[in-house]
Structures are given as structure tokens and as C-alpha cells.
Ligand binder design. Structure first.
Ligand SMILES: Nc1nc2c(ncn2[C@@H]2O[C@H](COP(=O)(O)OP(=O)(O)OP(=O)(O)O)[C@@H](O)[C@H]2O)c(=O)[nH]1
Ligand SMILES: [Mg+2]
Length: 418
């Protein structure tokens, strides 16, 4: 039995964008032709993808860092750098992804194929060919690639039940799950032994496994809040297949037919389409009843004994078949993607006295030049920042002449417009 890790931390990092290139055409007697530096390639993205062949988060425990490839730098002769290859990390179905620091849920990857962009690769830098303009005939700078996004995530598995075991208290639900899966719930001969749903993975062979949920017992009136069943009906709601477990040796003597009627009534009251779900009906504790008693009760359905194992394999086979069919019919996964707002433009932050910081993807990009020491590069930066309204923003934030303004690693002295 493979170890089951249901929570882990994961550090993801998109690839860095490749740098743009500074290069000029050299042809014949022309000493320096036009600029022909190519753009850097975009860094690869990191995606989390739900995959039904992955069953645990174990792989991340020893290797919590995952990184996509960097983009390749641009070259001369207008050659653009190749994109960094994206990384697809397979996670089990039912993985819930949240931000490790603030706990915010970012994505729920429930079904095979659901995907989430965990860390975007950085944009590639533009080569100097892109900076050619009427005013700038010889751009001697290009952009650096942008860094890939990096973040710490918490992954948790919230298994979704394929099959929900639904029955009266004491019907033998926990006993069955303990026999067909590795789940080891408490079993006892009194009602309401199970207070919280237990989940177990049933593995038939390498390719076939499904999740069974042992739900606390349902009683008449559960849909109106009686007993424990009510709050757990929502677990039933998510299951693809229902298995009604009817106690053939009920403590309180409720006839099997009445149990079946009550269970169906409660399910339907809670949510009518639960009655449309594929379902199996099975009598439990077959070892404790005589065939003649079954006949007296008018029992028409199959019977099992979790204690002797009678018909259990057969029941598991039927579950697998219904689950398989239900999976096939399941609507195509929508490929859940969560889009996070991104700080574009610019925001002014006040640091200590006389210092400010400009934050935002766009301003940061403006200064991401390979060579910020050339006059053309500095002119370019000044022109772009002005165009973005940064000077006005700084004035409004109270900047005065000589104050230091930071953008990333780059800094300049503030000069108010004269
Ligand atoms: N003879 C016999 N007894 C069984 C069988 N399955 C379960 N039992 C007994 O029935 C009692 C209740 O079993 P559980 O599996 O705890 O029942 P449950 O449906 O999970 O009950 P709740 O959690 O209270 O809803 C226990 O004493 C079991 O040993 C069976 O196949 N044959
Ligand atoms: Mg139980």
C-alpha cells in the first residue's frame, strides 16, 4: 500500500524570459547598419494539472521545488530566442491549491485535466530592433527578460467520492469500506459510530481505482436535519454513484423495504437529482440471515457479507463498472483556471524621507534594459516614464527635487517638470 500524503508545500517558479539582444547590421562598407537584435524568448510557465493516474502528493515531499525552463536570449540578425519549455506538474484529482502564506484558495483541481497556471514565465526582453524610431536611429539597448513568477503553494487532497455508501446507522457501511479499501474506520454494534465521512481508495488493478465514502448513517428526517446525516448529504451530492446499504438484521427491526423507501425519500428531499444518480442496492450481513428469511422479507436485491466476504468482489466490480461509465459520461472538464489580478501600470510607494518606490509590471519593464548607462537608454526610460504619467504621480505623492526614486534595482533623482 502506497503511503498517503494528503498535504504538502510546493515552491513553483516560472522560467525567466530571455534577454533581448543589441546588434547592428554589418553590410559592405556600412560601418553600422540598422539594429537587428532579436527578442528573448518567454520563460516557461508552471501548470498544475489534475491527473487520475496520480494518487498522492508524496512526490512533492522530497522535491518541493519545481521550475520551468528559461527563455533563450535573442541574437543578432533578428533571431528571436526560443521559449522556455513549460512545466506541467501532475497532481491527484481533488487537489486544492492555496497560497501558503495567506491561505487563499487559488484553484480546485477536481477532475482529470483541470489545470491551474501556478507560476507564469517571465516575458522575453525586446531586442534593440524593436526600439528603432525616427528619433532613435541607433538604439544601443535592449530589454532584459522578466523574471518568472515565484510562489509557495500549499496543496491538499480533498478526495471526491466516486461511490457513496448510504444506509441506516449500523447497516455495515464502515465494515464494508474497511474490507475493500485501506480505510480503517471505527466499527461498533451501535448506531452513529461514524461521525465523519471516511474515504477509502479501492484499487482493482493498476488502472482501476476509485474512491468510496462511508457516510454517517441516515435516518428518517435527515433531509430536515435529524440525526447526523444532514450535514453529510453534501458528500453524497458529489458522488457519482450511490450504493444503498440495507441492513438485513436491523436492531430496531425496520424492514428492508422500509429502509430503502426512507433512504430514497431523504435523498430526493435533499436534492431531487440524487435519485437520477446511478445506484446499487445491496442487503448487508447476509451471513446472519437465512435464505428463507430473505424470502419472507421479499428481498429482491443482491446480498453481501462484509464479514465472510460473500459477494463482496462482485459488488466492487459493479461499483467499478458504474464509476467507469459515469466518468465517461462526465462533462468535459472546464479546465479551471484562476486568473489573478496583476499589478500593471505603476503605483507609488513612499519609503523613508526623500525616497519613493515605483511598483508595477509596466514601470518595472521600462527600466529592465540591458544597459542603462547609455544616453539613449536613459532618454528612452525618461520618455516612457513620462508617457506613463509617472512624474505627475510622484509630484502628487509629494516628491520634491532631488528625492530618490527606485524602480526595482534602478534609481534616479526626481526632477520636477519645469
Ligand atoms: N454478521 C455481520 N455483521 C456485520 C456485517 N457488517 C457489519 N456488521 C456488524 O454491524 C455492526 C455495525 O457495523 P458498522 O460497519 O459500524 O456500521 P455502520 O453502517 O458504519 O454504522 P454507523 O457508522 O453507526 O452508521 C458492527 O457490529 C459490525 O460488526 C456483516 O457482513 N455480517
Ligand atoms: Mg460507520
Amino acid at each position: 500500500m502506497s503511503q498517503f500524503v494528503d498535504e504538502c508545500q510546493l515552491n513553483v517558479r516560472g522560467g525567466d524570459g530571455g534577454a533581448g539582444c543589441v546588434s547592428f547590421r554589418r553590410e559592405g562598407p556600412v560601418v553600422m547598419g540598422g539594429p537587428n537584435g532579436g527578442d528573448g524568448g518567454k520563460g516557461g510557465d508552471v501548470w498544475l494539472v489534475a491527473d487520475h493516474n496520480v494518487s498522492s502528493l508524496l512526490a512533492f515531499r522530497d522535491h518541493p521545488h519545481r521550475r520551468a525552463d528559461d527563455g533563450v536570449h535573442g541574437k543578432g540578425k533578428d533571431m528571436h530566442g526560443r521559449r522556455g519549455e513549460s512545466l506541467e506538474i501532475k497532481v491527484p484529482e481533488g487537489t486544492v491549491v492555496s497560497d501558503m502564506y495567506n491561505g487563499e484558495v487559488l484553484a480546485e483541481l477536481y477532475r482529470n485535466g483541470d489545470r491551474f497556471l501556478a507560476a507564469a514565465g517571465g516575458r522575453g526582453g525586446r531586442g534593440n530592433a524593436k526600439f528603432l524610431s525616427n528619433r532613435r536611429r541607433e538604439p544601443t539597448f535592449a530589454e532584459q527578460g522578466e523574471h518568472g513568477e515565484e510562489r509557495w503553494l500549499k496543496l491538499e487532497i480533498q478526495l471526491m467520492a466516486d461511490v457513496a455508501l448510504v444506509g441506516f446507522p449500523n447497516a455495515g457501511k464502515s465494515t464494508l469500506i474497511s474490507v475493500i479499501s485501506a480505510a480503517k474506520p471505527k466499527i461498533a454494534n451501535y448506531p452513529f459510530t461514524t461521525l465523519e465521512p471516511n474515504l477509502g481508495v479501492v484499487s482493482l488493478d493498476d488502472d482501476t481505482n476509485f474512491v468510496v465514502a462511508d457516510i454517517p448513517g441516515l435516518i428518517e428526517g435527515a433531509s430536515e436535519g435529524r440525526g447526523l446525516g444532514h450535514q453529510f448529504l453534501r458528500h453524497v451530492e458529489r458522488a457519482r454513484v450511490l450504493c444503498l446499504m440495507i441492513d438485513l438484521q436491523p436492531m430496531d427491526g425496520t424492514l428492508p423495504g422500509d429502509q430503502e423507501r426512507v433512504l430514497l425519500h431523504e435523498l430526493g428531499e435533499y436534492q431531487p437529482d440524487l435519485l437520477e444518480r446511478p445506484r446499487l442496492i445491496v442487503g448487508t450481513k447476509a451471513d446472519a440471515v437465512q435464505p428463507s428469511e430473505l424470502e419472507e422479507m421479499g428481498w429482491q436485491h443482491q446480498v453481501i457479507s462484509a464479514v465472510t466476504g460473500e459477494n463482496v468482489r462482485d459488488l466492487v466490480g459493479q461499483m467499478a463498472a458504474l464509476v467507469h461509465e459515469a466518468r465517461q459520461n462526465a462533462p468535459e472538464p472546464e479546465g479551471m483556471v484562476v486568473i489573478r489580478p496583476e499589478v500593471t501600470g505603476a503605483v507609488v510607494e513612499r519609503l523613508e524621507e526623500g525616497e519613493f518606490r515605483l511598483v508595477g509590471r509596466d514601470v518595472e519593464r521600462v527600466v529592465a534594459l540591458n544597459d542603462v548607462t547609455t544616453v539613449t537608454a536613459l532618454n528612452y526610460i525618461d520618455y516612457q516614464l513620462n508617457r506613463m504619467g509617472v512624474h505627475k504621480m510622484l509630484a502628487r505623492a509629494g516628491a520634491v527635487e532631488g528625492d530618490v526614486v527606485w524602480i526595482g534595482e534602478f534609481s534616479f533623482e526626481y526632477q520636477p517638470d519645469l
